[in-house]
Write a protein that binds this ligand. Structure first.
Ligand code: IPM
Ligand code: MG
Length: 358
């Protein structure tokens, strides 16, 4: 088994370092190989996703990813911007199924901006389609308008599209995931306005016929955004397209108190996966040693479970993280009065120590 480790930009290096330490402390049999990605790779190789990094990723069983992006690259031509690295990896590896759990740890109920009773015990799984939709749809670009409200004016356009097999496979992923949970799927769409999402709804409904034991309901995306802050515990598995999933998963993450706690997995049909924290590169705090490494550590746990067939080791990491939270240690993003503020490395130390006493 081989893992590609791609720390990337901003806080990526610091948080991935801690996850790697945790993995090493587990004494499991796998190799790890590091490679540059994002702005860092643009600096060293002239491209955010160099051939060598892509090759490595394609030849591994799993990828542990930090984060990419920095405002200083905002002026670059789009193909050279750091974000293209993650989009390229998703596309080239066919990572169409993105799992974004939003779990509220009991110790962190107070860190949420929502009332404790609304989020205590929250456990939502957002399943976001990751290789289709307006993110990848062609054509796209800029041109002079020939119609619309201002013919002759400059305009920009993207294409929202989904093929039937793309919707079918993500629907299967969602129904199968629901079978292991509360057997309830909410499919989020905008069928009242968009042709693409009327089709989405029709196809999800069709696939549902194969899962009579799972309950399916449909929700418009604007309503879903509202329900997430009104009564989030009514949701369990949420399946949606790439664009809506991007937005809703950030919203769901924040319900739990901190986006610094949430791991994610992006899988293809061979269970090869890319594992990354749900948060970004946070250039404002990079290098300060204050970033929360727990989302990345928990992503490493997801990697052990989904791609490396080590469910027991995954549980060990997850319970070590719970123990550390219970002991009162907090990075600044999840700190509250009465708890002890620690930095990135101290948090990593604590998880490693908690693993040792299990
Ligand atoms: C995410 C991020 C990415 C996305 C960006 C960095 C391209 O926001 O993983 O949610 O939009 O998918
Ligand atoms: Mg996002």
């Amino acid at each position: 088994m081989k893992i590609a480790v791609l720390p990337g930009d901003g806080i990526g290096t610091e948080i991935v370092d801690q996850a790697v330490r945790v993995l090493k402390a587990m004494d499991l049999k796998f190799e790890m190989e590091f490679a540059p990605v994002g702005g860092t790779a643009y600096e060293s190789h002239g491209h955010p996703l160099p051939e060598s990094t892509l090759k490595l990723a394609q030849n591994c069983d799993a990828i542990l990813f930090g984060a990419v992006g920095d405002w200083k690259y905002d002026q670059l031509e789009r193909q050279f911007r750091p974000e293209q690295a993650i989009l390229g990896l998703r596309k080239h590896l066919g990572l169409f199924a993105n799992f974004r759990p939003a779990i509220c740890y009991e110790e962190l109920v107070g860190a949420s901006s929502l009332k404790p009773e609304l989020i205590s015990g929250l456990d939502i799984l957002i399943i976001r389609e990751l290789t289709g939709d307006i993110y990848f749809g062609q054509p796209r670009g800029r041109r002079i308008a020939v119609d619309g409200h201002f013919p002759g004016a400059e305009e920009a356009f993207d294409t929202m599209r989904y093929s039937k097999p793309e919707i079918e496979r993500i629907a299967h992923v969602a129904f199968q995931a629901a079978r292991k949970r509360s057997k309830k799927v909410t499919s989020v769409d905008k069928a009242n306005v968009l042709e693409t999402f009327q089709f989405w709804k029709d196809v999800v409904t069709e696939v549902h016929a194969q899962y009579p034991d799972v309950e399916l309901d449909h929700m418009y995306v604007d309503n879903a955004a509202m329900q997430l802050v009104r009564a989030p515990k009514k949701l369990d598995v949420v399946v949606t397209g790439n664009m809506f999933g991007d937005i809703l998963s950030d919203e769901a993450a924040m319900l739990t108190g901190s986006i610094g706690m949430l791991p994610s997995a992006s899988l293809n049909d061979k269970q090869v996966g890319l594992y990354e924290p749900s948060h970004g590169s946070a250039p404002d705090i990079a290098g300060k040693g204050v970033a929360n490494p727990l989302a990345t550590i928990l992503s490493a746990a997801m990697m052990l479970r989904f791609s490396l067939n080590q469910a027991e080791a995954a549980l060990r990491i997850e319970s070590a993280v719970k123990k550390v939270l219970a002991s009162g240690l907090r990075t600044p993003d999840i700190w509250s009065v009465g708890t002890q503020k620690v930095g990135t490395k101290e948090m990593g130390d604590a998880v490693v120590a908690a693993l040792a006493v299990q």
